[in-house]
Ligand binder design. Structure first.
Ligand code: UD1
Length: 419
């Protein structure tokens, strides 16, 4: 039960390297289940969710060889089609193995993800999509059981664009008989990355990254090598950290083209942003301007950066309105920010943030991954010490966050709390 202690008030300056995208690597690892043959996945972030996915693959019988920054995975020898509750409860994204196992082996069992800190996060669209492809899906003893002798291509229209739902059905459709059309599909860069990997394996996919994805089923997939895209959420987090401390921060090995909504937000706050082919630099004035933000599916402003941007706006000049349009209930960081003296009122899915030139360090608790990142940023901008407990949430998605922040001049340390 470690916690992070952030001593705020330092201006951040320097350069950090973006890690591989957790949300791209998780579906790519799940997609290794779709066929026999060696897959080499590089730019692997050292984060807990990736370790959990590798543990899950190992339990299913997949051969997993970890090397520095990459992993060699071979799903020739799968011996189980069940994702147990112990793993699903620590990582919802375990649901990503449902589609691949079903498509390759005709059966899959995945425990139903339980209570999640971020409002309601159902998986009905994953299940409906697989049913449309001909699977029989039932809930038995807390587990989703899906089976089908052979999946059949179909047109599926998602009620709302769902990232992992699109990924699950996309992976299953690769081995279905005939053509599948996904309409109102999510178009996040992580979906395009997954499709790129699947195509290297021999899948036939058109239109990934747009609202309509067409998949022509093939009988089997082969091994392939793939380098995951950089993490746009991590990139944005360091850019916000630089901006809110009046600093100058460069993030390299990132993809500026995936960051348009974030970069225009920064520019509208008064930050100088320069983009190169694989790097972004922000240079911020002492005080930023308030502005209104709506989280939206890609290419809109990402919900995963809502808590970090809220921390930034707590210190901006003026009043900002943040509308959370993707997940209801994704405001659990607000009561913690109140403890730090932030002036925020909540009106349904809107948060009204009255910026101030000062918030103060306090003991706070991370309720989920991105809320935790928001609290770390708030700590950087606060006076005095902020002690953030339950940082295991942050470790699910941020690689070496203390080292990276320290390299930028932050004063941050880890404290071990005996249980
Ligand atoms: C993924 C990301 C997460 C990010 C989110 C939105 C991964 C591993 N996680 O989560 O970091 O915050 O996208 O960008 O990539 N919905 C349903 N039924 C479903 C599925 C989703 O109603 O079956 C709703 C959700 O409640 C939510 C919306 O669809 O309101 C979008 O959620 P979704 O895109 O599915 O999020 P995840 O894929 O779980």
């Amino acid at each position: 039960m470690d916690r992070l202690v952030v001593t705020g008030g330092q201006r951040l300056e320097g350069c950090v390297t973006a890690a591989g995208a957790k949300n791209a690597v998780l579906p790519v690892l799940a997609a290794t289940l779709l066929g026999a043959g060696e897959c080499v996945i590089s730019n692997l972030p050292q984060v807990r969710d990736v370790a959990t996915m590798l543990t899950l693959l190992g339990l299913l019988g997949v051969s997993v060889k970890r090397e520095t920054g990459r992993v060699i995975v071979d799903a020739t020898t799968v011996r189980s089609v069940e994702a147990p509750y112990d793993l699903v409860k620590v990582m919802r994204a375990s649901i990503l193995v449902l589609g691949p196992l079903l498509a390759r082996f005709g059966e899959a069992l995945v425990s139903l993800p339980g209570g999640c800190a971020i409002g309601q996060r159902p998986v009905d669209l994953h299940v409906d999509g697989l049913r449309k492809l001909g699977a029989t899906v039932s809930l038995q003893h807390g587990r989703i059981r899906a089976h089908a002798a052979r999946l059949e291509g179909q047109r599926i229209v998602f009620r709302v664009p769902t990232v992992t739902g699109t990924e699950n059905v996309l992976m299953a459709a690769c081995l279905a008989n005939g053509t599948t059309v996904l309409d109102n599909a999510a178009c996040e860069p992580e979906i395009t990355d997954l499709a790129d990997f699947l195509m290297k394996r021999g899948a036939r996919i058109h239109g990934a990254g747009s609202r309509r994805v067409v998949i022509e089923g093939v009988p089997s997939l082969r091994g392939a090598e793939h380098e995951a895209i950089p993490d746009r959420v991590e990139t944005g987090t360091y850019l916000f950290a630089g901006a809110m401390t009046g600093g100058r921060v460069e993030v390299n090995r990132c993809r500026p083209g995936h960051m348009n909504a974030v970069l225009s937000t920064l520019r509208n706050c008064g930050v100088e942003v320069s983009e190169a082919a694989c790097s972004i630099t922000v240079k911020a004035p002492r005080r930023l301007r308030a502005l209104d933000i709506h989280t939206l599916p890609y290419p809109g402003f990402p919900t995963d950066l809502q808590a970090p941007v809220m921390a930034l706006l707590c210190l901006a000049d003026g009043t900002s309105v943040i509308t959370e349009s993707v997940f209801e209930g994704r405001f659990l960081h607000i009561p913690e920010l109140w403890r730090m003296g932030a002036a925020i009122t909540v009106d349904g899915h809107r948060a009204i943030v009255k910026g101030s030139d000062r918030i103060s360090g306090a003991p706070v608790m991370a309720s989920d991954l991105r809320a935790g990142a928001g609290l770390v940023l708030a700590g950087l901008g606060a006076s005095g010490d902020t002690r953030i407990s339950r940082i295991y949430h942050v470790e699910r998605g941020y690689e070496h966050i203390e080292e990276k922040l320290r390299s930028l001049g932050a004063v941050i340390r880890r404290e071990h709390v005996p249980s």
